[in-house]
Design a protein around this ligand. Structure first.
Ligand SMILES: [Zn+2]
Length: 134
């Protein structure tokens, strides 16, 4: 596992796993993952690091029947676009597999799960998951 891209992967991993994002001091909007330039204000905005809240609600969702490599064992699973409580949007896999629970507007929270430690970059990118709470 000695390779030049490892530090970058681990930086991204840590950021994603802990849900570190950015907040614009000019317009007050929050973004995940971290941005260098505010998509709202462009270069005028001043971005600072912000810890994302671990709770939010489902804005949109889809059921995935054929997953990317590394997710074969888990299909079907739900993929949801979540609006966190600070307004930032995040795309995440849901741990719930219950058709009745997953719906638009449902409350969700981030869960801590053992991550797959294989070399699939996709597994690292999806290091966080959410579950439906109500
Ligand atoms: Zn801004």
């Amino acid at each position: 596992m000695v390779d030049g891209s490892l530090p970058l992967i681990w930086r991204n991993f840590s950021e994603r796993y802990n849900l570190m994002g950015s907040k614009c001091k000019s317009c007050g909007k929050s973004f995940f993952p971290t941005r260098l330039i505010c998509p709202n204000c462009r270069t005028k905005g001043k971005l600072v690091a912000e810890q994302m809240p671990f709770t939010g609600k489902i804005v949109s969702w889809t059921k995935v029947f054929v997953g990317p490599q590394g997710f074969d064992m888990e299909t079907p699973y739900f993929l949801a676009l979540i609006e966190l409580d600070n307004g930032a949007m995040i795309l995440s896999q849901l741990v719930d597999n219950d058709d009745g629970k997953v719906r638009t507007g449902a409350r969700v929270e981030k869960v801590f799960r053992k991550l797959q430690d294989n070399d699939a970059e996709g597994a690292i990118a999806y290091g966080y998951k959410f579950r439906v709470t109500g």
